[in-house]
Design a protein around this ligand. Structure first.
Ligand code: NAP
Length: 308
């Protein structure tokens, strides 16, 4: 086996503690050697206040995972790429399409790997859904992503700020699956509900069409209490498909055909090691492009103020 990749983590917050640290701890492909964050700390390794300080002090670092909110990721990514480090970007890979294109070009010039990670694409039933849809004729598809923002994103101000995407922060997870399992599509109309005291939407209704005319709808809602819905449905010649639980369970005509425990972050790190060792990048911007298009084409509705 090759030597473990010496990796550093930047932006130590919720997703680092929930997913990155447990995934890295079990992965023999990596050795976590440092972390950089203004307040957050990772026990047992050197911690630095900034990525610059970390890169200066730990020159043996080969790769970094950038886990801060998307509005603050570009500068850190540029710094890491200029230092010839491989870069893992949390989702969404940036706040704009063009800044990520710029990073992709920089990674190519520097001869290092850039990974725009989309964790939901690695949910356990996604490949089975993709295979099923490829084997039949789709008549229509619907994305229904409804969750409780107070439960999943308590007191995260960045998510309501420009570039935080609001309800499209979870919505882009749905789009990362949809763009992997459905034919290429584009937005034909959208309505975005902005709370009167916030700069990002709390709900959205989006209509897409594929190039061969298939209708796809997307309903996003961040005020859903009780059961949460992270579902993609399709009517097909081979039956009704329901991919539920954020991609973890697949049913056809009510029969569960695929369900297994999720391992999204271990799979993301496996993919990152693969591209680092192959000397390539993996940067699919389709989900981010759809979010940009929704903001560009969408009608803006002002709705009741939102308070945490
Ligand atoms: P978070 O805990 O609010 O932020 C992560 C860390 O980023 C913070 O703890 C903070 O650490 C740092 N940070 C915040 N503002 C910053 C700024 N202005 N400049 C530099 N660093 C800053 O958020 P999160 O939930 O971990 O989400 C981070 C990313 O992961 C987002 O892109 C999100 O979409 C993605 N993600 C989140 C989840 C989830 O369940 N929460 C799931 C999958 C993916 P310091 O104060 O120590 O610098």
């Amino acid at each position: 086996m090759s030597q473990p990749i010496k990796i550093g983590i930047v932006g130590v917050g919720k997703i680092v503690r929930d997913q990155h640290l447990p995934a890295l701890a079990k992965d023999q492909d990596y050795r976590l050697v440092a972390a950089a964050s203004r307040h957050g700390k990772v026990e047992g390794i050197p911690n630095f206040p900034t990525i610059e300080a970390m890169l200066d002090a730990v020159p043996e670092l080969e790769a970094v995972s950038l886990c801060m909110p998307p509005q603050f990721r570009y500068d850190a990514a540029r710094t890491a790429l200029e230092a010839k480090k491989h870069v893992f970007l949390e989702k969404p890979p940036g706040a704009t399409v063009s800044e990520v294109e710029d990073l992709k070009a920089l990674a190519a010039r520097q001869g290092v790997s850039l990974f725009a990670s989309w964790h939901s694409r690695y949910a356990p039933a996604v490949e089975a859904a993709r295979g099923f849809l490829a084997s039949t004729r789709i008549r229509l598809a619907a994305i229904v992503w409804k969750e409780d923002v107070r439960r999943w994103h308590p007191n995260q101000d960045w998510i309501w700020a420009p570039g935080g995407f609001g309800v499209f922060d979870p919505g882009i997870n749905a789009l990362s699956i949809a763009t992997h399992i459905l034919p290429a599509m584009f937005i034909t109309s959208a309505v975005l509900d902005f709370p009167e005291n916030r700069a990002a939407p709390v709900a959205a209704q989006v209509a897409f069409r594929t190039s061969n005319g298939l209708p796809v709808t997307m309903e996003l809602d961040w005020l859903q209490t009780g059961p949460q819905s992270w579902d993609i449905l399709a009517d097909t010649d081979a039956g009704k498909m329901v991919l539920s639980g954020g991609g973890s369970k697949l049913a056809i005509d009510g029969q569960v055909v695929h369900e297994e425990p999720e391992a999204e972050y271990p799979m993301l790190y496996k993919r990152f090691a693969e591209i680092v060792r192959a000397g390539t990048s993996d940067v699919d911007l389709a989900p981010l492009q759809h979010v940009a298009d929704a903001f560009m084409l969408g009608k803006r509705n002002v709705v009741d103020a939102f308070f945490d």
